[in-house]
Design a protein. Structure first.
Length: 194
């Protein structure tokens, strides 16, 4: 099926913070973010380190550590039928619009082990972990929750994107000013050449 449009905004820190919170509470039990560090995320999202440590690290890990989880591969395959992959780079692997659509397209299907199936990822072995939320929230609010979650996953897949954009603007500004001065210097020299 076609994916719904998704336009990320990784400079919206409030959105990223909400997405992180949803991720840590609903996804992190199964999906590590092992190419990322807690501290990096805290700093990028402007969350004080102590607040982050007290509220978003549940297994006693230190703030400087990589975001690993304790779920063992064999156990996961036995319990879930598949190993939940690390999702650090998922937004680059699958694209954000895929994730955004995937998480909003679970439907009841009694032939499947969890009683649900997915329109984007047929016969997926992941339970619909957000089912209660989806049922209790108005559609617009659920969509926003998934927007924030996908936005966070987009950030985590490419954490320097914002910084690159900012530096890019300075580089362009520098080049423009430099070109102006180079031109003025050229004109000065040209006068003497006549
Ligand atoms: C109970 C464990 C569990 C939880 C919690 C969980 N997942 Fe999954 N997830 C899985 C498993 C297992 C798979 C692999 C499914 C398969 O291969 O059939 C998966 C697959 C995925 C995939 C597709 C990976 C790929 O490219 O093949 C995405 C995206 C994903 N999960 C996102 C999430 C998000 C976001 C959350 C939190 C809202 C979440 N998952 C919570 C178990 C879980």
């Amino acid at each position: 099926m076609e994916c719904d449009d998704f336009k990320s905004n990784v400079s919206d820190k409030a959105s990223l913070q909400r997405g992180l919170s949803t991720y840590m509470n609903y996804c992190y039990g199964c999906h590590s973010l092992k190419y990322s560090r807690y501290k990096r995320v805290a700093e990028d999202l402007s969350i004080p380190l102590e607040m982050y440590e007290n509220n978003l690290i549940y297994d006693g890990s230190k703030i400087g550590e990589l975001m690993n989880i304790s779920l063992q591969k064999d156990d996961a395959i036995e319990w879930l039928g598949a190993y939940p992959p690390d999702l650090t780079l998922e937004a680059r692997l699958r694209r954000p619009d895929w994730i955004y659509t995937y998480l909003r397209n679970y439907y009841p299907d009694s032939s499947r082990p969890y009683g649900v199936n997915n329109r984007v990822y047929q016969n997926v072995n992941m339970p619909h972990v957000l089912e209660d939320l989806q049922n209790s929230l108005p559609k617009a609010e659920y969509d926003l929750l998934i927007y924030d979650l996908t936005n966070f996953m987009t950030y985590v897949a490419d954490p320097t994107a914002e910084q690159r954009k900012r530096i890019g603007i300075y580089v362009l500004l520098f080049l423009t000013i430099f070109t102006a001065f180079a031109y003025l210097t050229y004109k000065e020299f040209k006068k003497d050449l006549k």
